[in-house]
Write a protein that binds this ligand. Structure first.
Ligand code: DQA
Length: 156
């Protein structure tokens, strides 16, 4: 048992980003902020390293590719942090793939989706997430990493 959790801790945290997040920094900065996705990745790598963890940081505009990344995390990751972006509101396929995971899953949104348009108020991913961070901008990713580190420490 102890051996198993030790091994899973050496695996990276999968940090997955959905459609249009490649344009972070220039995309509606008044809503999503001026930090680019490359900067978010750098910040995440640093924060994870401070906990002795590594990351595998991805972005895709394609639903099926995100499903495949989540499937990969079943054996390749110690946890998943996912900003599903627009697919959070629509994708049962992404929910299904998250439901297969045994590792902690933290859902992140830069904006507070409950303060926005009604069609953004519901997220399928929330149904399967261990926890949710929203409304904190890019900092939210860092808080999600802290949460993962805490959860893995408790599990050890
Ligand atoms: C988002 C919120 C979604 O409603 C939107 O489609 C996004 C980004 C966020 O991070 O606030 O693309 O997930």
């Amino acid at each position: 048992m102890a051996k198993k959790s030790k091994q899973s801790k050496t695996l990276p945290i999968y940090i997955l980003n959905g459609p249009n997040l490649n344009l972070l920094g220039t995309r509606e900065p008044e809503v999503y902020g001026y930090t680019t996705l490359a900067q978010v990745e750098q910040m995440c790598a640093k924060q994870a390293a401070s906990h002795g963890l590594a990351i595998s940081f991805r972005q895709s505009n394609h639903e099926g590719e995100i499903v495949e990344q989540i499937q990969e995390a079943r054996t390749g990751g110690c946890a998943v942090i996912i900003n599903p972006a627009g697919y959070g509101h629509t994708s049962i396929a992404i929910l299904d793939s998250i439901q297969m995971l045994k590792v902690p899953v933290i859902e992140v949104h830069l904006s507070n989706i409950h303060r926005r348009e009604p069609y953004r108020n519901h997220s399928y991913v929330s149904k399967a997430a261990t926890g949710i961070v929203m409304g904190l901008g890019a900092q939210g990713y860092l808080r999600a990493i802290d949460a993962v580190a805490e959860i893995l420490k408790v599990k050890k």
